[in-house]
Structures are given as structure tokens and as C-alpha cells.
Design a protein around this ligand. Structure first.
Ligand SMILES: [Zn+2]
Length: 277
């Protein structure tokens, strides 16, 4: 008799758990995936989930001002030695799983591809990667085409390029998973795709270190950005020499040569991009 009762209670518990699970799926839109905190990670004070998040001035602890002017120019900003980016509450910007061009610097071409290209069709929905506020909504004929820059409370800025249509405007507040644009082929682009960038205080970071598009999930709970190992690029101006560039960027000619795969007496041309850290 007793075991039958236990059995019944257990069945009831299982049914209840299943119901809770189904309800939870209902409450949370399928495209918004929550991540669990890892126990061994120390949560920085500003990432404390209990802390109120200010979407009017996102990540004001990191960015000194709110401006719609530049995409990635933060001249007077002091970059902390370490910035911890929480992936909590993220959403994949597209459900496409196909990467068509990787992030990276191409020394031979003196060019940097500071984003990830993901195959999307013109008209495909592009979604906000996190809650945030639209900082830039603009058109650039020879570059990004129609593009958006969103600043998020976690300190990250995300850039979405080559869009066919923007669904949000500057200073709009968005939530993770909100449709913000339609994919397209505008600007310097051959074939419709999403050019997706992740930046911290204007510094590009490989989005693939945070967003796993092929598997449609976050790579990590926290991405740790370190100032001393960050990539720094320099655009060659007329009159520049390798040694002059090295001094200007507080590095050595040898280091610049190593990073760019060039020799000490390589000819550098105006407008060429060199990686200097
Ligand atoms: Zn691209």
C-alpha cells in the first residue's frame, strides 16, 4: 500500500515538473536563450543580476558619454586592464548557421575584417543580441551599407551591417531578440549577408569568441577582455616610417614586423592598415 502511494506521489511530481518545464518554454521566447552562471566565476559588481540595469545609458560605468557620432572612436577613454562581458540573456542575431567569412586581420592585404560574416537572405529577420539602446542607425555607401550600432548594459557594443532595412532608430531602447532589421546586401558587400561586430570601448573583438553561430548558442557565460593583449591597428599616413609608427604606438619595429609578416625594409603605403599590438 505504502509503495503504491509513494509511486503515485512520484508520478505527480514528474507531471508537475513536466508542466513547469512546458510553461517555462512558453514564457521565454525560443530565440532568447538564457545562460547559467558558472560557480567558479567571480561576478563583478556591475554584473550583479540584482543590480538595476539602466537601459537609458547602458554601461555608463565603462563609457563616459552617450553619443551618436562615431562607430568606434573613443579617444579619451581609459580602457580598464580587464573587462568582463556577461552573456546572460543573449539572443543569436540570426538563426543562420553559415559563416561565410571569419574575423581576422589579413596582413598581406593590409586589411582587417573586424567582424563575422553570416549568410542571410535579403529580408531575413535580424535580432538584437542583448537588451540595449541603439546608438547609431546610419547608411554608409562604401562600407557597412545600412547599419546599426547598439550599446548593451554588459559593456559590449554590437554592429549589424549590410542591412536592407532598419526597424529601429537612434536612441531607441531594444530588448534581446527584438527584430531590429532585415538582412541585405547594401554597402561594400557581394551577396546578401550579415556583417556582425562585437566591440568593447571601440575595440573589435572576434564575435566567434562569444557567439557560436553554427551551433546557435553562446560560447561562454563570460568573455574576459584583456587590455594588454587586445589588437590595435594603425592606418599609415603620408611620411610615416616603421620606426615612427613603432614609437607612436609604444611598440617596436620587430613587433610590428612579426604581427604583419613583413620585413624591416618592407615598403609601406599610405592608407595601409598595420597591426601594432
Ligand atoms: Zn564582413
Amino acid at each position: 500500500m505504502f509503495t503504491k502511494r509513494v509511486q503515485r506521489i512520484m508520478m505527480l511530481a514528474v507531471a508537475l515538473l513536466a508542466w513547469v518545464f512546458v510553461m517555462a518554454q512558453d514564457v521565454m521566447p525560443a530565440h532568447v536563450r538564457q545562460v547559467q552562471y558558472m560557480d567558479h566565476v567571480q561576478i563583478p559588481a556591475h554584473l550583479n543580476p540584482g543590480l538595476a540595469v539602466d537601459l537609458d545609458n547602458p554601461a555608463s560605468y565603462l563609457y563616459p558619454e552617450w553619443s551618436n557620432e562615431y562607430v568606434h572612436k573613443f579617444d579619451d577613454v581609459v580602457i580598464p586592464d580587464t573587462v568582463v562581458i556577461s552573456m546572460k540573456g543573449y539572443c543569436m542575431p540570426t538563426d543562420s548557421t553559415r559563416i561565410t567569412d571569419k574575423y581576422g586581420y589579413r596582413p598581406r592585404r593590409g586589411r582587417a575584417h573586424l567582424g563575422l560574416d553570416i549568410k542571410v537572405k535579403t529580408g531575413d529577420t535580424i535580432r538584437a543580441a542583448f537588451d540595449g539602446k541603439v546608438r547609431i542607425s546610419r547608411y554608409e555607401r562604401r562600407g557597412y551599407g545600412h547599419y546599426l550600432v547598439i550599446r548593451h548594459p554588459n559593456g559590449l557594443e554590437t554592429v549589424y551591417g549590410h542591412l536592407s532595412k532598419k526597424l529601429v532608430g537612434e536612441n531607441d531602447i531594444v530588448h534581446a531578440g527584438d527584430p531590429i532589421a532585415l538582412g541585405g546586401n547594401t554597402g561594400r558587400s557581394t551577396g546578401s549577408h550579415l556583417h556582425f561586430e562585437t566591440r568593447i570601448l571601440g575595440n573589435a573583438v572576434n564575435p566567434a569568441l562569444m557567439f557560436d553561430f553554427p551551433n546557435q548558442r553562446a560560447v561562454t557565460d563570460y568573455y574576459v577582455y584583456q587590455k594588454n593583449t587586445r589588437e590595435i591597428y594603425y592606418k599609415v599616413r603620408s611620411g610615416d616610417t616603421l620606426s615612427g609608427i613603432a614609437i607612436k604606438n609604444e611598440t617596436s619595429v620587430a613587433n610590428i614586423c612579426r604581427l604583419n609578416g613583413i620585413s624591416r625594409n618592407a615598403v609601406i603605403r599610405v592608407g595601409q592598415t598595420l597591426r601594432v599590438n
